[in-house]
Design a binder for this molecule. Structure first.
Ligand code: SF4
Length: 300
């Protein structure tokens, strides 16, 4: 049947057509409430913590300072050396990372050792190794250009050399490509989170490594959360039970004043190494026990 045969003008009955009832309205799809941003969640947590357990942060810092001294920031290494050293420490003892870093300096020297330079290692609080002598950085272009098998061999004493050698070369390549040189000095004056984002955009560099580089090289107020900081702060209840180490960075940034970050990082690491061990923490001799939720589940 053609469309014209159905028209009233063409002899069809208009009354025989029942008006279409409007289609039932579909219920509007329920909107899921959008997840609040991590920094918003962290600020809320910090405010609630202060309300429910007032003064917990200063309590922790003061008690640890009474036991071990109050750490003050001091310059350790240039930022590129700090970055490579931090890559070398991943899943390795700090003392082994130091040996590997020393081997890089020996194999790829950028300058002769200055006459009269001390070869005595300089120890830094919170560090798990014996320290490094204050010597010129390795020649980063030679490290980046080295045959991978050779570089792997050089850093083998640091452990996991097969993973770390390509990671170091990739990081150095990214620095050269992005900044035009191996220097990271330009990050000194950037806002902390912008600098951290710049560094952590490099494949293989996470929030922790970026924060370590910026905090130790420039004193940028950022809080690196390693496994010790994460474990100790989780046990005390400074961060939520379920927060992973990555999320813990946001909680600490919300909880600490800028001038508390270096102290908190170093003090919590030292406490994790000396007392709050992963296995069998020494709670009986811990100055934080009165307010620690691991020791006293209802501690305030
Ligand atoms: S009381 Fe025990 S679990 Fe709590 S911080 Fe001290 S050593 Fe760690």
């Amino acid at each position: 049947m053609s469309p014209a045969a159905k028209s009233p003008a063409a002899g069809g009955s208009a009354q025989s057509r029942t008006p279409k009832s409007p289609a039932p309205k579909k219920p509007a799809p329920k909107r899921r409430p959008s997840k609040p941003a991590p920094d918003v969640v962290a600020r809320k947590w910090a405010a609630q913590l202060e309300k429910k357990r007032p003064g917990l942060v200063p309590f922790v810092l003061d008690r640890l300072a009474e036991a071990n001294g109050r750490p003050a920031w001091q310059h350790r290494l240039d930022p590129t050396s700090e970055l490579v050293l931090t890559i070398l420490t991943a899943n390795s003892a700090d003392v082994n990372a130091e040996v590997a870093f020393g081997a890089l300096r020996d194999r790829y020297p950028s300058a002769p050792t200055p006459p009269g330079a001390s070869l005595e290692p300089q120890y830094f609080p919170g560090w798990g190794g014996v320290g490094l002598p204050d010597l010129p950085a390795p020649d980063w272009s030679a490290v980046e250009a080295a045959p991978i098998a050779e570089l792997t061999d050089v850093i083998r004493p640091g452990g996991l050399a097969n993973q770390k050698a390509p990671r170091i070369q990739a990081a150095l390549g990214a620095l050269r490509a992005n900044g035009g040189s191996y220097s990271l000095e330009f990050l000194r004056d950037k806002p902390p989170l912008e600098a951290r984002d710049w560094l952590s955009a490099i494949p293989g560099i996470g929030k922790k490594t970026a924060s370590v580089v910026l905090l130790f090289s420039f004193g940028t107020p950022l809080m690196p959360v390693d496994r010790h900081v994460h474990r100790v702060s989780g046990r005390i209840g400074l961060i939520p039970d379920k927060a992973d180490a990555d999320q813990a960075h946001d909680y600490f940034l919300a909880m600490l004043q800028p001038d508390q970050m270096y102290e908190a990082h170093v003090s919590l690491i030292s406490h994790g190494r000396r007392t709050c061990h992963a296995q069998r923490p020494d709670c009986e001799h811990c100055p934080l026990a009165p307010r620690c939720r691991y020791f006293l589940p209802k501690a305030e």
